[in-house]
Design a protein around this ligand. Structure first.
Ligand code: PLP
Length: 451
């Protein structure tokens, strides 16, 4: 059958269940209950095939930073498609969109991060990083430095390499992960794992696991540490204030590279251009994607320091993707960055939307189910608990309360995600106070309906 926009929802759902395999889903469930068909977006709002208006408090997958329905981006894409829809940058050729975007990113990126290797998203950018850091040390005459340390519950993508960097046990259980020479340490989740320690003591203890790992594995074998400034898909784990300064000390004293995975934290999400600026560390490499184009085109990349790029530049780097620096994606990303700058969206996050969202978010702790409520910029989480004072987890089926709450949110036309029993938000950066009121009111209603 010809699938059209006007087909009844049930028919679309049936074809979807029959032919379209969804990421991170139990496919057979779609036969029982079809996926919600999203048709259109405007600002922070989505419209489904039944005409429902849904508040997207996840900005798609943490990416639609400038909001839906941006005509400027449509126009730039159309113009670029007419002029040059594709050309590669492999064999002594280049083009203006890739040059312009790389130049702009070098201007925005902190410190000596001045060189961009483009990818199509965050996963393949992190695969690039694995090869970059190992090859870098090889070029420096230290080929034994191959181990990359990352964190449990971190998410760095779905390819073999990036999912190995990630510390998601459910992913490692399928398909033969992790690849060799990846080592995971614990995440700084004080609420779930802090026990009797204060958050500050716990932050220090978790940071020092990096030093212990380097000691155990051997400094001469460790190439890099990769982490998100604030862990996103792991549950929006905002580390205690002591965590990053200690990581910074360890990285400065040991000969290992720091990779900041900015795929979620970058491009304004935390109230600065990049999350590493919010937590106060200077990485050697940044992974970027998502908010880089606000999801209007698939694009990602690795921004390398002068030292790394200059070292790699001495040799042929046998690595690249057909769509590295894709002209349409690059042109759209550049226009997206222009919008973020021109509309002062980072100031909006820091001074207006962020503080108001924090107020409404923290008010949710009045609800009997909500333990802590944490937020940085426009990236927040609440921990659901049956007992706030002991920070207890739900006894039966960890994650069940979160799952129920997420479904109640969805039924109330609010997209929030759950990670176990944490509910998380990451709305478009353009969200306005009256929309934040709607978000908080629907979240409260969903919590009431959870148990
Ligand atoms: N890194 C982080 C921190 C992410 O959150 C994600 C995606 O959610 C990725 C990498 C992978 O990016 P992509 O899905 O674009 O491959």
């Amino acid at each position: 059958p010809a699938v059209t926009n006007h087909m009844p929802t049930a028919e679309l759902q049936a074809l979807d269940a029959a032919h379209h395999i969804h990421p991170f889903s139990t496919q057979s469930n779609f036969e029982k209950e079809g996926a919600r068909v999203i048709k259109r977006g405007e600002g922070v709002w989505l419209f489904d095939s039944e005409g429902e208006k849904i508040l997207d408090a996840m900005a798609g997958l943490w990416c639609v930073n400038v909001g839906y329905g941006r005509e400027e981006l449509v126009e730039v894409a159309t113009r670029q498609m007419r002029e040059l829809p594709f050309y590669n940058t492999f064999f002594k050729t280049t083009h203006v969109p890739a040059i312009a975007l790389a130049t702009k990113l070098a201007e925005l990126a902190p410190g000596n991060l001045n060189h961009v290797f483009f990818a199509s998203g965050g996963s393949d950018a992190n695969d690039t990083n694995i090869r970059v850091v190992r090859h870098y040390w090889n070029m420096k005459g230290k080929p034994e430095k191959t181990i990359i340390i990352s964190r449990k519950n971190g998410y760095h993508g779905s390819t073999m390499g990036s999912a190995s960097l990630g510390g998601m046990s459910g992913m490692h259980a399928q398909g033969g992960l992790p690849i060799p020479d990846i080592h995971h340490i614990n995440q700084p989740d004080w609420w779930a794992e802090g026990g009797q320690l204060t958050p500050e003591e716990f932050g220090l203890a978790r940071a020092r696991e990096l030093e212990q790992a380097i000691d155990e594995l051997g400094e001469n074998r460790v190439a890099a540490f990769i982490a998100e400034p604030i862990q996103g898909a792991g549950g929006v784990i905002i580390p205690p204030s002591t965590y990053w300064p200690e990581i910074k000390r360890i990285c400065a004293e040991r000969e290992i590279l720091l990779i900041a995975d900015e795929v979620i934290c970058g491009f304004g999400r935390t109230g600065n251009w990049f999350g590493n600026q919010t937590v106060g560390v200077q990485p050697d490499i940044m992974t970027i994607a998502k908010g880089m184009s606000s999801g209007y085109q698939p694009i990602g990349g690795s921004i390398l320091s002068d030292e790394i790029a200059n070292t790699l530049g001495k040799d042929e780097f046998n690595h690249g993707y057909t769509y590295s620096g894709h002209p349409v994606a690059s042109a759209v990303a550049l226009e997206n960055l222009r919008i973020i700058e021109e509309e002062k969206l980072i100031d909006h996050v820091r001074d207006t939307a962020g503080p108001y969202m924090r107020k409404k978010w923290e008010e949710l702790t009045d609800h009997p189910l909500v333990g802590e409520a944490k937020i940085v910029g426009l990236m927040g989480s609440i921990a659901l608990t049956p007992d706030k004072s002991s920070r207890a987890a739900f006894a039966a089926g960890a994650g069940t309360a979160g799952l129920i709450c997420r479904e109640r949110c969805f039924a109330n036309n609010l997209v929030m995600r759950h990670v176990g029993d944490r509910m998380i938000i990451s709305p478009p950066l353009v969200i306005q106070p009256d929309e934040i009121d709607v978000l908080a009111e629907r979240a409260h209603r969903a919590l009431d309906e959870t148990y």
